[in-house]
Design a protein around this ligand. Structure first.
Ligand code: SAH
Length: 277
């Protein structure tokens, strides 16, 4: 059997597909995203979409860059939605390609609502979000039964580019929480201060995971209190991860292992946990 036998939905003229491209590595594209790339007339993409993924688009497609700068209000958003609508009305098969997942901190919801208002038919193809792909490639499990009972994805920016003021810092500061901050670099001092003020242990393991799953992936392990300092040498896009699970990386850094790093055998004493369950 090959992909053509899967009876994937046809990409019809006049439709917009809102598709997640994953965090970078083309290996993390979904079959649906690849199918869309090969059936589209026009790709409207963000800065975060890896060039190797754009190169998978059908030859001759129109590539339209709709990148925005992170952290700034997005005056261009209505323009992007208007462009999607006009391309669809021209009878094009429009692929709106976004980094990660289109519905997670990606304004995909806003674009979909604009399509609904304009009566443009659309489909959503989810993608591997940066936290899922990035932590996997960093060798940091998102949860672990011994230390983490919840994981929360948090944005470091609200609409006006500030740390959101409606976050429940007390809840986020609980030690069983794994926190993955998107767009965290700009306000990392404030994020760290608020977490520690709310009672999170300054020694909590933390990591910055930048350019995750791309050829320039960069990971810095630190402790909560030192994260602003550790972030100084990091360029966006980056995730900020807080939680005991970061400790597991010393045993699970499979990418590092492939490139020859020596791994600790049992950083959290997990053989004891394993024996107990
Ligand atoms: N919709 C996207 C998120 C867009 S918001 C998703 O689901 O992943 C942009 C933020 O995502 C960046 O500031 C960064 O925090 C994160 N991000 C996206 N790609 C990333 C990557 N390859 N490595 C690290 N962080 C990434």
């Amino acid at each position: 059997m090959n992909l053509n036998d899967l009876a994937l939905p046809a990409f019809e003229p006049g439709w917009v597909w809102l598709v997640g491209a994953g965090p970078g590595d083309p290996a993390l594209l979904t079959v649906g995203a690849l199918h869309a790339l090969q059936g589209t007339d026009a790709v409207v993409h963000d800065a975060l979409v890896d060039e190797r993924i754009l190169a998978l688009a059908r030859p001759g497609v129109e590539l339209i860059y709709a990148g925005k700068r992170g952290g700034k209000p997005s005056p261009k958003q209505p323009d992007i939605s208007a462009r999607l609508i006009s391309l669809a009305r021209e009878g094009k098969r429009v692929l709106r390609l976004k980094g990660g997942d289109p519905f997670l901190f990606g304004r995909g919801g806003e674009e979909a609502l604009a399509l609904v208002a304009a009566a443009i038919p659309f489909r959503i193809v989810p993608g591997v979000t940066a936290a899922v792909g990035g932590l996997a490639y960093a060798g940091i499990p998102m949860t672990h039964r011994a230390t983490a009972t919840a994981v929360t994805f948090v944005t470091g920016h609200n609409l006006s580019g500030d740390v959101p003021d409606d976050l429940d810092w007390q809840a986020l500061a609980g030690s069983a929480q794994v926190l993955v901050f998107y767009m965290a670099l700009k306000h990392i001092d404030e994020i760290v201060t608020r977490l520690m003020d709310a009672g999170r242990d300054p020694d909590t393991p933390a990591a910055l995971v930048a350019h995750a799953t791309t050829l320039s992936q960069q990971i810095v392990e630190t402790r909560l209190a030192d994260a602003p300092h550790a972030a100084a040498g990091i360029s966006p896009p980056a995730l900020f991860v807080v939680g005991e699970v970061v400790r597991l990386r010393s045993g699970l850094d499979w990418l590092g292992a492939i490139s020859g790093r020596v791994l600790d055998s049992d950083p959290l004493g997990l053989s004891e946990v394993r024996d107990a369950v």
